[in-house]
Design a protein around this ligand. Structure first.
Ligand SMILES: Nc1ncnc2c1ncn2[C@@H]1O[C@H](COP(=O)(O)OP(=O)(O)OP(=O)(O)O)[C@@H](O)[C@H]1O
Ligand SMILES: [Mg+2]
Length: 164
């Protein structure tokens, strides 16, 4: 478990770039948080960390369910907001796109129900005042558990930690 305070969009960019750099093929990141919390914005910054070219602007996939971008590894950006539950998710075929060659980032993961992948990084975003965002990261599976330590160190160096 890692808690972070992102005090501004600049901090969010810093953190997103760190996450992108530490992501591997086959990884899944679930982004939870209310409407406008900053899930799509964080995904844009993760894309930067994956060296997705700036001209392929990361948009909300709400209408298309999934957008795909090509960086160091592919980024599959899914938005389950419009899906009602796991039957709907199953019918959409989205889960079949969680594939081994890229990083999958999923907004509104509560819709996944029992389809939630066992190995994943759960990120919850809460809004503070203005641009402030509170993040909690929980790793599931050995790959993310090990990496969360390194991500934590990188965030310490970037001064993204809450004050004690
Ligand atoms: N520190 C921050 N991190 C992320 N977004 C921020 C931050 N400060 C301000 N914002 C703004 O908050 C808004 C977040 O919108 P965004 O579309 O990313 O939210 P979302 O969680 O994807 O919403 P939705 O549930 O509708 O998909 C953007 O306008 C962004 O510029
Ligand atoms: Mg969004």
């Amino acid at each position: 478990m890692l808690n972070l305070i992102l005090r501004s969009l600049v901090d969010s960019e810093h953190f997103g770039r760190i996450l992108g750099k530490y992501s591997h093929q086959g990884d899944v990141i679930l982004l939870a948080g209310t409407l406008g919390a900053g899930k799509t914005t964080l995904t844009q910054f993760i894309a930067k960390g994956l060296d997705v070219p700036a001209e392929s602007y990361v948009t909300s996939p709400s209408f298309s369910l999934m957008n795909q971008y090509f960086g160091r590894i592919p980024l599959y950006h899914m938005d389950c907001y419009r899906l009602e539950g796991e039957d709907d998710v199953e019918g959409s075929g989205l889960i079949d796109y969680i594939v081994a060659d890229g990083l999958t980032v999923i907004e509104w993961p509560d819709r996944l129900g029992s389809l939630v992948p066992p190995d994943r990084l759960d990120i919850k975003i809460r809004c503070g005042g203005g641009e402030e965002r509170y993040l909690s990261l929980v790793a599931h599976g050995e790959g993310w558990l090990k990496r969360l330590e390194n991500i934590s160190k990188a965030c310490h160096e970037a001064v993204l930690m809450p004050e004690k």
